[in-house]
Design a protein around this ligand. Structure first.
Ligand SMILES: [Ca+2]
Ligand SMILES: [Ca+2]
Length: 355
């Protein structure tokens, strides 16, 4: 609203200014009898651009409050930095009237969308918001247009092998969360290191297979990242500073879930195949296993329970992020860890093996 008012003032001011210049010219002509070369008139548009943009800054009049409609994309934690959309679907609701989404790739504008729609072509985009003549880059958000699920042929997209989802060949999923996914995030060597939330990068969630095959394809639910960031906030609020929450396992392709690595303890309908689960441990000392969070001199499931208790408090405060929590003991070359997911209903268990 502030900008709209400013524009009205600027327009009126511009016309007043032009009228004033013209009147002065007429007065001077009458006085001298000689036509004067009029100074190059400032067009209203130029003057508005100048007054809105100020000293070259294109963001002067889009303040944080005006970008408040983007807040839901950052989750309850405020620390989620990515959104996924099917081609052409809306990125966000509630944008101010007259505003537009400017979607860029490598600094090049791909699309300017008054509907704030995700571009049709799959890939990663940066978002800027344009209101009138002012544009502001949204640095803490990447928008991914998903590669449609139907692009997967014989279990592959390109050279990357994913396999088949549990209900792809029939059968009825017990909840919508087990239906075939809508599409995949394409991960390239160039985008693998972007931060998808305050503590995590896209790379942290890749399936641990096919190291030389790029691009890779993953599922990743922003709600999972929100829950992980809230869990970190809860741990810190209860005296457990977290520098590093390691993702032992994030997304697993069905192929990898059923046949890759040590499959002991993996569920047939693992949430890891749906991109909303992570097996995690706090590793501030960087030795590759869980830290002694409860300070009893050992590293065991009681430390994984400290993380579990933080998740319980997160679910109490944010019921929309309800899901599974599993506490796993050390086994098979790894330390204890906590499985966290956002499957949409409450599930609790204790386990061993690889989650
Ligand atoms: Ca450690
Ligand atoms: Ca301990």
């Amino acid at each position: 609203m502030g900008v709209v008012l400013l524009f009205v003032v600027a327009w009126v001011g511009a016309f007043d200014h032009m009228r004033h210049v013209q009147q002065q010219l007429i007065v001077q002509q009458r006085a001298t009898g000689v036509p004067l070369n009029a100074p190059r008139a400032i067009t209203p548009t130029q003057q508005i651009a100048t007054s809105v943009l100020g000293n070259g800054s294109s963001t002067a009049f889009i303040d944080n409050a005006m970008l408040g409609f983007l807040a839901p994309l950052h989750g309850a934690s405020g620390k989620v930095y990515f959104a996924t959309r099917t081609p052409g679907s809306p990125i966000v609701k509630g944008a101010p009237g007259g505003s537009k989404a400017v979607l860029t790739q490598g600094g090049q504008t791909i699309e300017v969308s008054p509907e704030f729609a995700a571009p049709a072509d799959p890939g990663m985009y940066k978002l800027a918001v344009q209101i009138g003549q002012a544009t502001r880059q949204v640095d803490d958000l990447s928008v991914f247009t998903l590669v449609p699920f139907a692009q997967k042929q014989s279990g592959h997209i390109g050279l990357y092998y994913l396999g088949s989802w549990p209900f792809e060949r029939g059968g009825r999923p017990k909840t919508p969360a087990y239906a075939n996914p809508a599409g995949f995030i394409e991960v390239t060597p160039e985008n693998a290191d972007i931060h998808i939330s305050e503590h995590f990068r896209l790379r942290d969630f890749l399936t641990k297979d096919q190291p030389k095959v790029w691009p890779k394809y993953i599922l990743l639910n922003p709600k999972l990242l929100d829950k992980l960031e809230l869990t970190i906030q809860q741990l810190e609020a209860t005296g457990h500073p977290v520098r590093t929450l390691r993702i032992m396992s994030g997304f697993r392709t069905p192929e990898y879930n059923y046949t890759g690595g040590n499959t002991q303890g993996r569920a047939n309908l693992s949430r890891h195949m749906y991109g909303d689960a992570a097996d995690v441990f706090v590793d501030n000392d960087g030795n590759g296993v869980m830290d002694d969070l409860n300070h009893d001199g050992r590293v065991d499931t009681r430390d994984a329970e400290v993380v579990q208790q933080a998740v319980e408090r997160v679910e109490q405060q944010h019921p929309e992020l309800v899901g599974g929590v599993g506490v796993y003991s050390a086994c098979c070359g790894h330390g204890p860890f906590t499985h966290i997911d956002v499957r949409g209903y409450r599930a609790r268990w204790r386990g061993f093996g690889n989650g």
